[in-house]
Write a protein that binds this ligand. Structure first.
Ligand code: F6R
Length: 609
């Protein structure tokens, strides 16, 4: 949650900070602010609301003029969104921006209060600012290091000391932070897209490292203030990839990017028609003995794991559990040596997923991360790593990251099934060849189903409640469809295993309630159809998402609307069938006047528990 930026260099600092923050608004957008050295004074402008509100305020109050500063876009944790709780926060001689959560802020606040300090906000961040000021001894690095020793929790901080108007300091623990460098200027940012307009070169700050940024470059020390040499990285994302490129929203742009995202993710991992994951540290020998697999993730990534469970169990015959990371980490899970724990995460920074990874490692299980953000914490800490090569995903609602997570789950399941010898090489080649057809299949659905989804969305906008139903893989997929719709349209929606409806939930069905049924699996289509008939006869308005093969056997009037997709390899159908569900969610959101890229109360990267 929250995005932080910082700048030192010849450009107009206020402009650079605001421009960089626009690329981080996905991390939080309930307030924003900047602080800039203006004639050796730190001038702060901040406000509740979106970045646009900050821009208006900067026009109103006059923007700070200077070349050194920090900025923040907030997703509130401690204290409601308000002007006073917005960042930056200050002590007398120090001003900071913060992403993360300080767990012991109450104790620290009590301590500082006992020393006569007063606080004006409800935030944990102001406690850090006051503590830095309290401990300040004229040496910023020593002061930061001694404050770090007192802090419990997660933080990425941009810090300015009043006595050092030519520099910005940065430090991180758990929360992500990069340091960008170009000729004569330096940047800090929570994520790479923020700096791409200015430079592609950056350093990844490691846990408990401190950076000092001046116009001459960046220097790094560890928490004991010993110098650290770091490798310069080069972003392979360009600005255009991080921009909307003419689309009205990132969400629709990212839905459209899915065929390319699948190609980019899958093609480099195929050799001679078979999966090849050696570059990710995965060989047949290494994975052949796993007896149990636990997939752990949150939200959409967990839904990709649900599909993974069906596919791995069906092809490789290895039992798989799927856990929500926040549950897994506190339930003393039964895993250990000989087991594999797969963590799926777009951001690679989700606090609960990272904690689950660390727990899994402690038990002796082998860990595999499936991650989109390069160099993120989960990517760095797992034993094996497969990157989803979806590129930057900016919309809060995950689409292309999900589809690439599915693609990787399939590749891994194929490889595992080969290792376990539960499928033949020929069968594996056949499956791989079907997977390679998925980019075209997804494109075909975008081309042929979008108008229908747009139309059906107009029928959904007045609904208060909605159900998604399906069986097997279709049930796993309907979970994702339901989440997508509720998060961007604010319509209450649940997904249900179709066969379970009559054990209680069917009582919710009343006249006109929309039910979205997913039916792509011919072996169980008849069963799903019976469930559709049950809800239809109780007044539901049924929207059926099915293949043309399934549609052939349907009686007239079984559904109010049918979204028909070309039949493809049934095991792979979630990859194509998710597309109409994403489009339905997107257009319902837009028709309800909501900004699908920034749904209320949500942030893209959930780096707090
Ligand atoms: C929903 C969505 C979230 C994320 C979840 C995990 O559209 O994006 O449910 O999937 O917060 O995030 P990552 O994948 O970054 O760990």
């Amino acid at each position: 949650m929250c995005g932080i930026v910082g700048y030192v260099g010849p450009k107009d600092c206020s402009d650079v900070l605001v421009s960089a923050l626009t690329k981080l608004e996905y991390r939080g957008y309930d307030s924003a602010g900047i602080a800039v050295f203006d004639n050796s004074e730190i001038k702060t402008v901040k406000t509740k609301g979106k970045l646009k509100d900050l821009e208006d305020k900067l026009v109103e109050t006059g923007k700070p003029e200077g070349h050194v500063g920090i900025g923040h876009t907030r997703w509130a944790t401690h204290g409601e969104p308000s002007d006073v709780n917005s960042h930056p926060h200050s002590g007398a001689r120090v001003t900071i921006v913060h992403n993360g959560i300080i767990e012991n802020y109450i104790e620290l606040k009590e301590f500082l209060t006992s020393k006569g300090r007063t606080f004006i906000s409800d935030t944990d961040t102001e406690v850090i600012a006051q503590l830095l000021d309290y401990k300040y001894n004229g040496n910023p690095l020593e002061t930061i290091s001694s404050v770090m020793a007192e802090l419990k929790g997660s933080f990425a901080l941009g810090i300015m000391f009043r006595d050092f108007p030519d520099r910005v300091f940065a430090v991180r623990r758990e929360s992500p932070l990069i340091v960008g460098v170009a000729k004569g200027e330096c940047f800090i940012a929570s994520d790479v897209p923020a700096i791409l307009k200015y430079t592609k070169n950056y350093y990844l700050l490691d846990h408990d490292e401190i950076a000092t940024l001046t116009k001459d470059g960046a220097a790094f020390v560890d928490k004991h203030l010993a110098p650290v040499q770091k490798d310069l990285k080069t972003a392979d994302w360009d600005m255009e990839a991080a921009e909307k490129g003419g689309y009205p929203h990132f969400m629709i742009k990212e839905i459209y990017e899915q065929p390319t995202a699948i190609k980019t993710t899958v093609i480099p991992r195929i050799k001679d028609g078979l999966p090849c994951l050696e570059e990710c540290g995965i060989t047949l020998e290494k994975i052949k003995d796993f007896k149990n697999i636990a997939i752990v993730a949150c939200g959409t990534a967990m839904h990709a794991g649900m599909v993974g469970k069906y596919v791995i169990e069906s092809l490789a015959r290895v039992p798989v559990t799927v856990d929500i990371a926040s549950e897994f980490r506190y339930r003393d899970p039964i895993i250990g040596k000989g087991d594999l724990v797969i963590i799926i995460s777009q951001s690679g920074e989700t606090a609960d997923s990272l904690a689950a990874l660390r727990l899994a490692k402690q038990t002796g299980a082998v860990t595999l991360a499936i991650v989109n953000a390069k160099g993120s914490s989960i990517a760095r800490e797992a034993d094996m790593l497969i990157y989803t090569l979806a590129g930057p995903e900016i919309a809060v609602a995950s689409t292309k990251a999900y589809i690439t997570q599915l693609s990787v789950m399939y590749l891994f399941a194929f490889e595992l099934a080969l290792a376990k010898q539960t499928i033949s090489t020929d069968e594996c080649k056949r499956l791989v060849s079907s997977l390679l057809k998925m980019p075209d299949a997804v494109q075909n659905i975008i081309d042929n189903c979008e108008e229908k989804c747009k139309y059906i969305a107009t029928k959904l906008i007045t609904a208060d409640n909605l159900l998604y139903i399906g069986r097997g893989l279709d049930y796993a997929l309907s979970m994702e469809g339901s989440l997508k719709l509720k998060e961007v349209s604010y319509i209450h929606s649940e997904s249900y295993a179709a066969g379970e409806l009559k054990h209680g939930t069917i009582s919710l069905i009343d006249d006109g309630m929309p039910v979205i049924a997913v039916a792509t699996q011919s072996a169980i289509i008849a069963k799903t159809i019976s469930n559709i008939v049950e809800v239809k006869s109780r007044g539901a308005k049924v929207i059926l998402v099915c293949t043309d093969v399934c549609a052939r056997d349907l009686n007239d009037g079984i559904a109010d609307h049918i979204i028909e997709m070309p039949h493809s390899e049934e095991l792979l159908m979630p990859i194509t069938a998710v597309v109409p569900l994403q489009l339905l969610a997107y257009y319902t959101s837009v028709d309800r006047g909501i900004d699908p890229d920034k749904p209320r109360n949500l942030a893209k990267s959930v780096t707090v528990e």
